[in-house]
Design a protein around this ligand. Structure first.
Ligand SMILES: CC(C)(COP(=O)(O)OP(=O)(O)OC[C@H]1O[C@@H](n2cnc3c(N)ncnc32)[C@H](O)[C@@H]1OP(=O)(O)O)[C@@H](O)C(=O)NCCC(=O)NCCS
Length: 213
């Protein structure tokens, strides 16, 4: 099922960039603050999540993380979104969760911790918590979007989706289509998305899929 987001019908805060001071990505105090800038806080400060576009050295790591967390199909779409300049992909980076064991389990890190990917290291160093992209499945489509299990329910997904919609709005898109939606309530809640009738299988008709190896 596909869903339609009417950009002009979004609440104003959903389309205002955080740098204007309106801080659209700020979430209620009970949640982690979402910042458009790298964390500046010191020890003891609440965890900060940054939603931004990845820079070049982070591209391969992002693709690998998405492949591991969400599978090769979404990783393929992430590669597409990393191709244009500027890229059409946002990542959420933060220090949450702080518990090394939980994070290692979430990230699929072997017990001995051997990995070269910083995103998979249990530490207070920046870690990849989620991603969202657009113009990846097809032009005008938003998604896929995914947040690490351990970081869900904290406003990270909403911040990522809003970042994509702001970018699409700035690029002149009047609508965004979320394809093959697996979490319709999320898109309804964050972006007022409505179901597109008869939209399944939509653009995915006849799509090649990975089989068992
Ligand atoms: C869907 C997903 C991205 C949500 O990320 P998240 O960081 O947990 O979402 P948020 O905390 O920002 O939630 C924002 C709002 O949407 C709601 N919400 C989140 N997931 C929801 C769901 N599956 N169904 C209904 N509402 C949902 C939250 O309750 C919250 O509402 P609130 O503003 O009233 O508190 C995440 O659960 C995920 O990665 N799921 C697996 C991948 C997936 O299904 N992606 C979508 C493919 S179409």
């Amino acid at each position: 099922m596909d869903m339609l987001v009417h950009q002009d019908a979004l609440p104003p805060q959903a389309l205002t960039h955080a740098d204007t001071g309106a801080a659209p990505d700020a979430v209620p105090p009970a949640r982690s603050p979402i910042s458009p800038h790298p964390p500046q806080g010191g020890p003891g400060d609440p965890p900060v999540v940054t939603v931004r576009k990845p820079i070049g050295p982070e591209h391969d790591l992002t693709v690998a993380w998405v492949a591991r967390s969400f599978g090769p199909g979404w990783a393929s779409e992430v590669r597409v979104a990393l191709d244009p300049r500027p890229v059409t992909l946002f990542v959420a980076v933060g220090s949450y969760p702080a518990d090394p064991a939980a994070f290692a389990a979430q990230a699929g890190v072997p017990p001995d911790g051997t990995t070269t990917e910083r995103a998979a290291q249990p530490s207070q160093a920046p870690a990849l918590l989620g991603f969202a992209c657009y113009d990846a499945t097809a032009r005008g489509m938003v998604g896929p979007i995914g947040v690490a299990d351990a970081a869900r329910g904290r406003g990270v997904g909403a911040a990522l989706l809003r970042a994509c919609l702001r970018d699409m709005h700035a690029a002149g898109y009047a609508y965004a289509v979320a394809g093959g939606v697996g979490a319709p309530g999320f898109f309804r809640r964050v972006a007022g998305a409505v179901e597109i009738p008869d939209s399944s299988p939509g653009p995915y008709a006849g799509m090649l899929r990975y089989g068992p190896d």
